[in-house]
Structure formats: C-alpha cells, structure tokens
Ligand binder design. Structure first.
Ligand code: WT7
Length: 574
C-alpha cells in the first residue's frame, strides 16, 4: 500500500511544495490583510467588508439552497449590510466585547449573518450543531456562560426546559417571521434587524482575542470550549490558497456544518478571506441531492469527509454516472482516515484525486495536507504545510526517525493554534505536557519522504462519521436512564462510518435485559444528548471492568470487543 503513488495533477496556487518549505514565512501572507495597512484587525472585516468595498461588492458571497430546494443568494455587499445590522442588533441589546453568542440553527443564511455580525462587535461566536439535544446544549451554554442565543422557535423548544439554569443568559433571538408576543426573554430577529442600521464600525481586535468557541470532546469530562483568536485568519487564508487551491472564479462547497470547526474555518472564514463564492445546503446527506448540487452549481472546489465519500461510493457507479462534473477541479477531505479505495473510486468515477488533510478543532486550521502540485500516497495524510513543523515523538519529546510509531506532535506557535480552553487552564496545559511540543492525541508514523501516516487515537475519543464524540458524555447521558446502573462506551470499527458508538451497560436491580430496553435506552440518549452521538449498539453486561479507584476500563471493553489480547491488567488497575 505504501508504494502506491498518484502523480501530481498540476501546479496549483502552490507551485512547488519543496520550494515553499524553504521560502515561506507567515509574515509573507500578511500583506493581503487590510490591517497590515491600518484597517481594523477583525476577521469579519477581511472576510466581508474588504470585498464589499472593492469590485467584489456585487459578487455572490453565498449561494444557499434549502432542504426543500428553495434558493437564495447574497452578494458581499448584501452580507456587509446584514452583518452590520446584526452587530447593531447585539449592541442594542446590551452585548459587550467578549460576550458568548450561541447560534443554534440549521444551515441557513442567518447562521452566516449572525456569525460575522457577532465577530464585528467583538463577540465570541459559539455555534452549536442543530442535531444536539437539550442536555448537550445546556452543558455547553452553562460552561461558556452564554449571554445570547440565536435559534428558531422549533429548536428553542429543546432549550426551554433548561432555561432556568442558564443564569448568565440575557436574551434569546428567535429567527422567524413571528410578530406575536415572544416568549419570556425572547425577541424576534426580523423585527430587530429591520430596525437596525446597515452601518457599523467594526471593532478593532487584538490578534489573540477570541472570535469563536468550539465545544469538542476529549476522553474525560464534558466537552471543552476551544477558543480561537482573530489571528487564525493568517493561516486560514494561506491554507485556503495552498491546500483548497481557491481562485477567483471558484464556486466552493464545504459540506461541514458551522457547528464544527471545518464549517467555520473553511465553511465560512478561509474562503471568504479570498473572496470566494460559497455554496451552503441546508438539507441532510443524500447521494442524489449531493451529486445534483455539485452539477447544478458547477462546484469547482469541494471539501468533504471520508464517511460521505464512502456513502457515495456505496450508492453505486450507476448513480454517479447519471451526473457529470466538468467544472470540478479540486477535491479535499478531512476528519478521519481516508481509505485508498475511496481515492481510487473518485479517480475512476470523477477523474479526481481526493486530497486528504489532517488537523483538529484545537489546531484551528489545516496542518498536514496533500497538494495539487505533489504526489499523493493513498492512505497517507500528506506532509506538513509550509511554515509548521510536525514530528513523531516519544514520551520524552524525542523526535523519532522515519518508520517509528509515536505521538503525532507539532511545534507550538502556528497562527491558528487555539488561544485557550474556556475557563479551563489545566486542560490547556495538558496539550503541552511533552516539553517543546503540542501533543495531538493521535498516533502516527512518518516515512522516508516525510509523508505522515495515521495509526489511531492515543486516547478513547470516538470518531463516528467524522464527528468527535467523548465517551464520558455518552456515559453520563446513559446513567440518567432509570434502568442503567453503570455504562462504558467505546468506538467500534464500522466500514462506512469509521466507528460507531457502542455501549456496555449493567442494569439496576429490577430491570431485565431485552431488545426493547436496548432500543429505549438508545433513543433516550439520542433525544437528550445528540442525534449523532447515541449508542447504535448496546450490550447488557453483569459488570464492567474497572480500576481499583472505580474508573471504567474502556480499553478492556474495546479489546474484548475486537477479540484482542486484553493486555496486562495489573498495570491498569492502579
Ligand atoms: C481528530 C480531530 C478539524 C477537522 C475535523 C476534525 C481525526 C482528522 C484526519 C485525517 C485521519 C483524522 C484525528 C484528529 N482526523 N483528520 N485526515 N486522517 N484522522 O476535527 O473533530 O477536532 O477531530 O480527527 O483523530 O485528532 P476534530
């Protein structure tokens, strides 16, 4: 497998990877920003206003299609006015710099307007994936001390039962055409927007001041709020240019939801820094609809995920054969290992290589990638972007030679590195526990030519359909079910989704295992926590393997599930 290579397609914006690695400096990208010549330091200014005051004013910034096929378009000029109105709306409601503005919406234009309007007035945009249930939303809003919430009346029904616990929350802004009396603490988006001025003076931010908070899961505890600063724009612009290979005439589609970092860094910010036209589709994944979107909008650059590609592959060659994509120039993928088989399928059916990219919520932008100008080795994540240094290290921070497996680590200080974990400095410091390195939590090796190969996680984090799921959060939700005494959760390998969530559950006295109870417990988690994080499989067990201090040994559960050696238990039972 390691010997298979796909030759470079063409020189892209990045003409030579090797040359850029020698010559590139982060400062060389800075001239493209207006702040380098006195403009306000703010992502929203560079992503929208800069273009709205250039010839791009009437260029389409956003093509949007609803789940039912309704279409809307916004130019950069319109986006400037709408985001200004929202910035004024927030200020009018008493919002201050640094306030956390939660946005709990489907992929609709208001998600983009509220995101950049928040950034303009110096707020922190806090997106929440709309598949998240009441407990998931409450935990995140409580942790972040949410000040504002933008949502729809339908989604608000999930928040209403937990409103009382959200003591720092000032106002809920409801996106809909309502004119009737809004519920307590709620106001109507349309009404306020109409009354707000389309002019706003964008706040000048400091580079490290946060513009976004993304909740993401680790192996212990509830999800943590990863903060990114306005300075992330430096790397988001450079990677959108070098890796996504965006050019002026492109129509670009990022399939990730703004609730995840891919959906903000590359579904909003990066491409708009370059003035690209974005496509956004509200609906869910469906092979025929997706092919039709690629064809009808003449998408030129497409950023998606391995699970989606595997599902398209499974939908069959006949289906893809019904469409043609002569405009499609460049395809990239992120989130989980990209199977060589998927790359071969895309070559065969679309005539395109798929360019894998590796990064994380915490890294804020791409770090290890494949480039149009370089050879791809299917199965490898590629090579570090110019300007960063990645390594495979051991526990002491020794950089290991090619072929040796170890922790995938990066020298700290790249522009889009997280600026902190919200109200959790100890957790932030843990990423840097190996001196001189940021430790990613992934295991990998490097080959003689500097390509990185992913091996797996070093921890218990689950990746299902590319979404990151913390076992602790699922276990906590399971424990709230009256039948559940104890629960341990693992990721079980799955051909399409990468992994699925599997739970091992012991029951309280009086409850009897049954298929009905499995379905009921699984539904319970789906409704409380998230539609993407519930256990698809449950095994009832008499007891769970634990350490002497009572910690559940997920490693043992996983080894048993996979029929592997459980390993030396004496070292675990400390
Ligand atoms: C974890 C980060 C930020 C992009 C979306 C994911 C896994 C990510 C790859 C890849 C193999 C990958 C890693 C990583 N991952 N990209 N190209 N090949 N694994 O961000 O949800 O924070 O997850 O996703 O395990 O640590 P995330």
């Amino acid at each position: 497998m390691e010997n298979e290579t796909l030759p470079s397609e063409r020189a892209g914006n990045l003409e030579s990877y090797e040359k850029a690695c020698k010559d590139f400096t982060w400062a060389s990208g800075e001239e493209e920003f207006e702040w380098s010549s006195g403009g306000p330091y703010n992502i929203a200014h560079e992503a929208i206003d800069k273009h709205a005051s250039s010839w791009r004013k009437n260029k389409v910034a956003l093509y949007w299609e609803s789940a039912s096929g309704k279409m809307r378009k916004f130019t950069f000029g319109e986006m400037r006015r709408e985001t200004n109105r929202f910035a004024n709306t927030l200020v009018g409601l008493g919002a201050k710099r640094g306030d956390r503005v939660f946005v709990y919406l489907d992929r609709i234009p208001e998600a983009y307007i509220t995101a950049f309007g928040t950034m303009k007035m110096g707020g922190i945009f806090a997106p929440i994936f709309s598949a998240l249930g009441p407990d998931g939303v409450r935990d995140r809003m409580l942790d972040a001390g949410a000040r504002f919430l933008v949502t729809t009346p339908q989604l608000f029904e999930r928040v209403q039962p937990v409103m009382e616990s959200l003591t720092e929350l000032s106002t809920v802004i409801l996106v809909s055409a309502g004119t009737e009396q809004a519920p307590d603490k709620c106001v109507w988006f349309r009404e306020l927007m109409r009354a707000s001025s389309p002019d706003f003076e964008t706040e000048r931010m400091a580079p490290h001041e946060p513009y976004v908070i993304h909740y993401t899961s680790g192996t212990t505890g509830k999800p943590k709020g990863v903060l990114h600063g306005h300075k992330a724009m430096v790397q988001q612009l450079v990677t959108s240019k070098f890796v996504l290979d965006l050019k002026e005439g492109d129509t670009y589609w990022c399939t990730s939801d703004p609730g995840w970092v891919t959906g903000t860094s590359y579904g909003m910010v990066g491409p708009w820094l370059l003035g690209s036209s974005l496509l956004s589709y509200e609906g869910r994944f469906d092979p025929r609809t997706w092919y039709s979107l690629l064809e009808r909008y003449e998408v030129t650059v497409w950023y998606t995920a391995p699970t989606a590609l595997r599902m398209l592959m499974k939908a069959g060659d006949d289906l893809v054969g019904e469409f043609s994509f002569p405009s499609l120039r460049h395809v990239c993928s992120v989130g989980e290992p990209l199977n060589p088989e998927v790359i071969r399928w895309a070559m065969r059916t679309m005539g395109k290589r798929v360019h894998d990219t590796w990064w994380q919520t915490e890294t804020g932008a791409m770090l290890i990638c494949n480039y149009p100008c370089s050879t791809i080795k299917p199965g490898s994540m590629g090579r570090p972007i110019p300007g960063i240094q990645a390594g495979i290290v051991d526990e002491e921070g020794q950089d290991l030679p090619p072929g040796r497996e170890g922790f995938l680590a990066v020298r700290p200080g790249w522009p889009s590195m997280m600026v902190g974990i919200w109200r959790n400095a100890p957790r932030y410091r843990e990423y840097f526990k190996i001196p001189g390195w940021y430790v990613s939590g992934d295991m990998a090796f490097r080959d003689e030519e500097g390509y990185f190969w992913f091996l797996g996680r070093a921890d218990d984090v689950i990746k299902s359909s590319g979404e990151r799921i913390g076992p602790f959060e699922v276990e906590s939700a399971l424990l709230e079910h009256p039948a559940v005494a104890e629960a341990g959760v693992i990721g079980k390998p799955d051909e399409i989704r990468g992994e699925i969530v599997k739970a091992f559950v012991s029951l309280r006295p009086g409850y009897v295992p049954s298929d009905w109870l499995k379905a009921e417990v699984s539904q319970f988690v789906k409704q409380k926590l998230a539609a993407y994080a519930y256990p698809k499989e449950i095994d009832f067990v008499d007891s769970l393997p634990k350490t002497r201090s009572g910690k559940i040994l997920r490693r043992v559960l996983k080894a048993r599930e996979l029929g592997q050696e459980v390993g030396d238990l004496s070292t675990l039972e400390k």
